[in-house]
Design a protein around this ligand. Sequence first.
Ligand code: SAH
Ligand code: SF4
Length: 370
Amino acid sequence: MTTVEIEAWLREDDPVRLEELWAWADRVRREHVGDEVHLRGLVEISNYCVRSCAYCGLRAGNRRLTRYRMTAEEVLACARQAVAYGYGTVVLQSGEDYGMTRDWLADLIRRIKAETTLAVTLSLGERPEADLAAWREAGADRYLLRFETSDRALYDRLHPPRPGQARSDRLALLDRLRELGYEVGSGVMIGIPGQTYASLARDVALFRELDLDMVGVGPWIAHPQTPLGGKSRVTGRESRVATEQARAWLPGLPQWEQVPNTEEMTYKVIALTRIVCPEANIPSTTALATVNQASGRELALARGANVVMPNLTPPRYQALYEIYPGKACLAETAEAGHRRLLEQIRRLGRTVGKGSGSRRKRASVFLRDT
Ligand code: SAH
Ligand code: SF4
């Protein structure tokens, strides 16, 4: 599929054509990664962050947020919970928090790997290469780092450098992560202010060029304590309020070029990603479940996704990990969420994935490389 075709699908709004897209993505998903849904237990280990991303509630400038950092024992208890629920992976996520030192985290990774058979995925921002190497050495298997947008100028605006530091280059860091032997995941937000249809089509094409093992996408959700501002919900009038505030901050983009941060646009990107990256692990993200609490997760699984990341963070911390407001998972306990998830997977006629759920590359891919 060419970038022009991807863009045409992003602009498609004929419901009959979209049904064809969902069915196509579901077929590709079944043929390439099967019916298993892999479960990864998410642990939000710290909400400190040195960065000032214009979209994110954890940004350093948000003084209204109470900050926390979990202890190693608390994180280990969550990893044990992941084992008890039968998950194959634990995902450790945080702001870019240098209070969490290289050695502390390396030790924690070693303890998880010694005590469990879990795969360990990290999502800790743009840490120096020596940190990333030490954590890989300690046994971390995967790293998630979204490039957020392939539009360089927009990226620089939304994701400014740390004071006195070079401009951020997440694409270069993804290369380094791969060289270090990590399985690499990336992704973007859908409908971030300033995102055009053409740039989102290039994002999807870039997922394929980067040969990503995992691709996570979710709608941008306005956070009032950020420069993009706005209300928490992405429906109806409130969405327009958010867009107007963002437009004042990021002038110049005609309204018809702006990608909307809707649920449907997110499904389009999930489906197209499955079609262009048939073997990738693609999560049904929490941001999507936040905009449609009733059926967002299931619809994504039926339109190309094959991974869910249930939140195992203790509730008192989860409430403070406010990247965006109104996170879906907070509505229920981990136990209730776990039971509901198993029921959803069963209803879809799918099965819970066994093992760590690493990306399976087809033999032909290896043959081509040798
Ligand atoms: N600090 C790390 C990991 C935590 S942020 C990092 O930045 O990589 C994880 C992801 O949350 C980001 O990559 C971004 O795509 C997403 N995110 C941040 N703010 C958001 C918002 N307001 N709405 C939706 N997604 C958001
Ligand atoms: Fe920090 Fe990540 Fe939020 Fe940026 S997106 S402010 S790096 S937590």
